[in-house]
Design a protein around this ligand. Structure first.
Ligand SMILES: Cc1cc2nc3c(=O)[nH]c(=O)nc-3n(C[C@H](O)[C@H](O)[C@H](O)COP(=O)(O)O)c2cc1C
Length: 193
């Protein structure tokens, strides 16, 4: 990590989440489980709007229920080959219908179909039946463009804390730890580890 650190971390988040990487970049999304235990899973980073990190999911999912109860989350993105880790914690809001539609349209056909068919009822069926339902959906809908199902929902994390971890093979790893003040400016500390 160079000695120069920006006062505001948001542009640095943008340069780490370079646009070409968004939509193929994954993050570990940690929420607070309804039982109080941490709840984590991998999701795609759908977009970064210069302030908030967006992701999309099924409105009937566990994470959606957890975020409805406590709208706070941490996103952890790791780039092992670059020796980088970004940890971003913040308040979570639902994105606009337009933003959700754009993200759905950008998904692969496979993920678009998945958003339509993969519900609890399907998951409980034997493999052969699940495959048959998938094939029937494909047959019924052909190659035509799909609209997002009503269960498609997007969320965005508005950061209050951002940690940039930079590793090295010939020097100590180093973190830039930012915390947002009430007035919107940021405090910065350097941490080991
Ligand atoms: C590489 C990868 C990417 C994934 N991307 C998403 C995603 O963008 N949205 C999503 O809802 N689930 C995604 N999943 C599935 C989630 O990890 C998770 O199993 C699912 O969303 C249900 O999570 P929940 O029960 O905690 O709500 C992805 C899984 C993997 C392995």
């Amino acid at each position: 990590m160079s000695d120069a650190a920006p006062e505001d971390p948001l542009a640095l988040v943008g340069s780490w989440l370079a646009p070409r990487d968004v939509a193929t970049t994954t993050m570990t999304l940690s929420t607070i489980g309804l039982d109080g235990y941490p709840s984590a899973r991998t999701v795609l980073v759908s977009a970064y709007d210069g302030r908030r990190v967006h992701f999309h999911t099924d409105a009937r999912s566990r994470k959606a229920a957890e975020l409805a109860a406590v709208p706070r989350a941490t996103a952890t993105v790791v780039w092992p080959e670059a020796g980088r880790q970004l940890v971003l914690t913040g308040d979570v809001g639902v994105v606009t219908a337009e933003e959700a539609w754009v993200a759905y349209a950008a998904r692969t056909r496979y993920l678009q179909v998945l958003a339509w068919v993969n519900d609890h009822q399907l998951a409980a069926l034997p493999d052969g039946e699940r495959r048959a339902r998938w094939a029937a959906f494909e047959r019924d809908h052909g190659e035509g463009a799909l609209d997002a199902p009503e269960t498609w929902v997007g969320f965005a994390i508005d950061p209050v804390r951002v940690l940039f971890w930079q590793g090295a093979t010939d020097a100590p790893s180093n973190r830039l730890a930012y915390e947002r003040r009430a007035d919107g400016s940021w405090t910065l500390e350097r941490w080991p580890g």
